[in-house]
Write a new protein. Structure first.
Length: 174
């Protein structure tokens, strides 16, 4: 953007039309940069998490995704006073797991459980859908869930659920 500003300044007297075009280009670049910053900030601390807390944000996501006919039950234990990194990770993992289940698994029901344990925080998302194919290659969503949990020295498992479907379970030490 700096070079484009310089070019617009240089062209101002000699070629005003070129200067106008460069200024329009700068305006577009500034808007795109602002949108990029907003996406980054949203990824750091999603606004629904800040507004509703962890349990409320997961329930909001469940209500939104369940509007298409999937019954989603959220059971939240004690989620008060969690470190911000744990809250963000738990929310983003729950959201991604629910989104994947609804989008790819065709479930009738999903169950989300989250809360403290004696030595950490646990989250599970279980669905009764078609499950993961044995030859499925983890995509960006599954990989990002695993990376987020492992960054906090936690563990993420993705397994077939008894009776069909998938269970995504995360444990994060506190």
């Amino acid at each position: 953007m700096g070079f484009t500003v310089d070019a617009a300044g240089n062209a101002l007297k000699a070629d005003p039309e070129r200067a106008r075009g460069l200024l329009t280009q700068i305006r577009t670049q500034v808007a795109e940069a602002g949108a990029g910053v907003r996406r980054l900030v949203r990824g750091l601390r999603p606004p629904e998490l800040a507004q509703l807390g962890l349990a409320g944000a997961v329930e909001h996501t469940a209500a939104t995704l369940g509007a298409g006919g999937v019954e989603i039950e959220v059971t939240a234990g004690d989620v008060s006073g969690l470190p911000a990194a744990v809250e963000v990770t738990a929310y983003l993992v729950a959201r991604e797991a629910l989104t994947n289940a609804v989008r790819h698994g065709g479930p009738r029901r999903c169950a989300v459980r989250l809360g403290r344990t004696t030595d950490g925080f646990e989250l599970s998302v279980r669905d009764d859908g078609s499950g993961l194919a044995p030859e499925a290659v983890p995509g960006v969503g599954l990989t990002s869930m695993r990376e987020r949990v492992e960054e906090l020295d936690g563990k993420l498992t993705i397994d077939a659920a008894p009776g069909g479907g998938t269970v995504v379970a995360a444990w994060i030490p506190l």
